[in-house]
Design a binder for this molecule. Structure first.
Ligand code: NAD
Length: 321
């Protein structure tokens, strides 16, 4: 078994590699070459933690395995650790023997940021100029950095429930020589692309805050009961997702679908847009919305790419297991 510890990931995984792995696996999912297993995610009744497993099999990339981990909301405050903790395990699809164990924390941030970036590449208007952020926690910085690397923007605006966290977004914008402006939610109408990345359980924004033609990537909702935007926005937008089954059960679309306001058939796979079997955005005033729920195959694809580079660079440890 090959072990790549968390501390080594930053020297191995580039944003470009994460983007390529995620774009490819979304396409493979849509083509029917790769599938995710049902997700298990439980409130364990300890430390308010959500813990679970996301797994799958990519028969094209030959990646089999799972990511185990979750969200411990008090980690940062109590222990100085990030709130997400996870580890990816890869198995040999030919034998079932464990093949690799890979630190999953930075991997999760980069693969999640890659997902919204893939959606921006394929769904945002080419003339999008103002990047809007809702949320300013650990993941939000990665989201913003990847978005600014994917598309050329003139300005970043941001809102957060805890406004004292917004300077972390201003720092990222400054790294790209872009101005950053703190706005109230009403000011989000200026944005051409909006990423929401919060741990909210109640709708924060909706149709009143999003202008025609905007691309919205809702990235925070990955659990039953969570919600970032109101159902009206889901109804008004053309909705795309990584995986329809997750979108309607634990993703941003879950509430509109359960209320009977959005049909499952009206939620489209981003992989179909990548493969060219769905046309994607069709007009400059259409609101497109990517419901990024986070699938196990993203983790496996990125972990497999990490193991390949780690072995080539001699980083990590081979253990007899
Ligand atoms: P974090 O704890 O670092 O940040 C939480 C963010 O949510 C902050 O911006 C905070 O101000 C905001 N927030 C907290 N309570 C809120 C409320 N009641 N209303 C509105 N905003 C509120 O967390 P993080 O690591 O940045 O993760 C954010 C969310 O993203 C989590 O819910 C996590 O489960 C989810 N996530 C999704 C994926 C995916 O693939 N879709 C991947 C990783 C994380």
């Amino acid at each position: 078994m090959y072990i790549v510890p968390e501390a080594a990931i930053a020297d191995i995984l580039t944003r470009d590699d994460a983007f390529a792995a995620v774009e490819q696996v979304f396409a493979a999912m849509s083509a029917g070459d790769a599938y995710n297993f049902p997700v298990i995610r439980e409130a364990i009744g300890h430390e308010d933690a959500l813990y679970g497993f996301k797994g799958g099999f990519d028969g094209k990339g030959m990646a089999l395995g799972l990511k185990a981990g979750g969200y411990w909301p008090h980690n940062l405050e109590k222990r100085g650790l990030i709130n997400h903790q996870s580890t990816v395990f890869l198995f040999d699809p030919d034998t079932g023997k464990v093949a690799a164990m890979v630190g999953g924390n930075l991997l999760t941030a980069l693969r999640t940021a890659a997902a919204s970036s893939v959606s921006i590449k394929h769904l945002a208007r080419k003339d999008a100029r103002v990047m809007g952020m809702i949320g300013a926690g650990h993941q939000a910085k990665f989201q913003l950095r990847a978005a600014l690397e994917t598309h050329s923007f003139d300005k970043v605006i941001g809102w957060n429930y805890h406004p004292e966290m917004l300077p972390s977004l201003a720092e990222v914008a400054a790294q790209f020589d872009l101005p950053f402006e703190r706005v109230e939610l009403d000011g989000m109408t200026e944005a051409d692309v909006v990423i929401s990345m919060t741990s909210s359980f109640d709708p924060i924004f909706g149709t009143a805050h999003i202008s025609p033609g905007t691309h919205v990537a809702c990235m925070g909702t990955d659990t039953v009961g969570k919600q970032e935007c109101d159902a009206d926005l889901i109804v008004a937008a053309t909705v795309f997702t990584d995986e329809v089954a997750q979108s309607i059960t634990l993703g941003e679309a879950q509430h509109a679908v359960k209320a009977g306001r959005k049909a499952k058939e009206d939620i489209h796979e981003i992989g179909a847009v990548i493969n060219g079997t769905h046309k994607g955005r069709t007009s400059d005033d259409e609101i497109t919305l990517f419901d990024g729920t986070g699938v196990g195959l993203q983790d496996l694809a990125v972990a497999a790419s990490i193991v390949e580079v780690a072995k080539a660079k001699g980083i990590g440890h081979e253990v007899d297991f």
